[in-house]
Design a protein around this ligand. Sequence first.
Ligand code: TMP
Length: 217
Amino acid sequence: MSINSSAPARGLFIVFEGGDGAGKSTQVQRTSQWLQSAGATVLTTREPGGTQISEELRSLVLDHGHGEIDARTEALMYAAARAAHVQQVIIPALDAGTHVICDRFVDSSLAYQGVGRGLGVDAVAAINSFATGGLHPDATILLDISAQDGRSRRIANTGGIEESDRLESEPDDFHERIRMAFKELAAENPQRYLVLDATEDIEQLQSQIVTHLTGLL
Ligand code: TMP
């Protein structure tokens, strides 16, 4: 057997999770800048999204005005968007040695559709295992936030106007169940999860993320 010594080392797959309004996009950007300044090649992406079909599915599942979407259909739409994203974007990038930073991944489906919509974590995990071919993040950073704080932040970010997509429009008790689901997922997977209090200062959060990821590089 010959080993190709010129093949790049596989990139790290880093995922940010958390409730709506947790500040994931800010930390995704900062983490990308930090890795790039250290000389790494980085791809930032999001779910649902990242490919043309996945962005179309994002609009269909999140925008109001497409009629009723039942919970199973919703779960399959997220999984379909993810399948395209994994095959077309994430795996090729990781194989090329690029670090991939993704805003949400499978655990969002486990929390929102499995727990929030009541489909059950095992059923949602099964369709996602098919969608991803079993790809798991190397590190998952959970920005933990209460439903109320998340909503206040979203309103502040949109200049005081509440502009909610289909999922954000759900009541606070839905978002509290999502929060608890993420905490449980983190407790079950301590080797890959870093749990942070999203209400901490942006710089403090970033320094904890940098410390955690430095240990994996
Ligand atoms: P975002 O606003 O963080 O980009 O996420 C889009 C919304 O979709 C957010 O409310 C969470 C929800 N979502 C799910 O319900 N299941 C999923 O698998 C993903 C990725 C997101």
